[in-house]
Design a protein around this ligand. Structure first.
Ligand SMILES: [Zn+2]
Length: 234
């Protein structure tokens, strides 16, 4: 259905077709549908500037519906701030243009053991509630003859974190990207994260963390995994 929304006495047309879907259908369950972030085929038809304009209007609607006074000095800039933050910062990883450019180098040092980049702090957002997921990613690989700059491992984690996410998909997306870039199956990713939708609302468990992992190639070997976990613990 189409919806018209009144904000500050002005009628604004919403172009969004609502599905009529009810959260009661699935409750509060965290579902993950696939490796790819579900995107519409026309996801990039609007420019970033057009998206920000549109989001600002829609966020203003949300605030208005909640009864907030958008003429208040403290609130009036919020819709634009949220729109800019969504597109330029916390959801910037939805746009393929923001994918880190990674150069491969020859493994001149002949280092052929695992390389672990651990404790990569990231901030993501749960795609079911749009509240933060705060965590640490640990990534490891064994060079197939090629290496990448260490900061690129961090940047790959940040790129996929800056999307509406579920932790399982985030883990797998980082792993698949590393496998592709590094041209190796020998990749591992471990993520431990706190989900604010679990701690600040819902079940309100402030102490639980969620741990996910991806192991392929040599990391399917239990001894290698033990070695990796030892590195992470240090
Ligand atoms: Zn959630």
């Amino acid at each position: 259905m189409d919806t018209d929304v009144k904000i500050n006495g002005k009628v604004k047309k919403s172009s969004i077709k609502l599905t009529g879907f009810s959260v009661e259908d699935i409750g509060d369950d965290h579902l993950c549908t696939g490796l790819e972030t579900p995107m519409k085929p026309d996801a990039f038809e609007l420019s970033n500037e057009e998206k920000k304009e549109r989001i600002a209007i829609l966020f203003e609607e949300i605030m208005d519906v909640m009864g907030l006074d958008l003429t208040d000095d403290s609130l009036k800039g919020t819709p634009q701030r949220v729109a800019k933050m969504y597109i330029d910062e916390i959801f910037s990883g939805l746009h393929p243009d923001n994918k880190p450019k990674v150069a491969l180098f020859d493994n001149k040092y002949q280092y052929n053991q695992m390389l672990v980049e651990k404790d990569i702090t990231f901030y993501s957002n749960c795609e079911h509630h749009f509240v933060p997921i705060i965590g640490k990613a640990h990534v490891a690989y064994v060079s197939s003859g090629k290496v990448i700059g260490l900061s690129k491992l961090n940047r790959i984690v940040q790129y996929y974190a800056k999307r509406p996410q579920v932790q399982e998909r985030l883990t797998n997306q980082i792993a698949m990207e590393l496998k592709t870039i590094l041209e190796t199956e020998d990749v591992a990713v471990i993520i431990d994260a706190k989900h604010l939708c679990v701690s600040s609302r819902g079940v309100k468990d402030d102490t639980s963390v969620t741990v996910t992992s991806f192991y392929s190639g040599v990391f399917k070997n239990a001894q290698k995994v033990a070695e990796l976990q030892n590195y992470i613990k240090q």
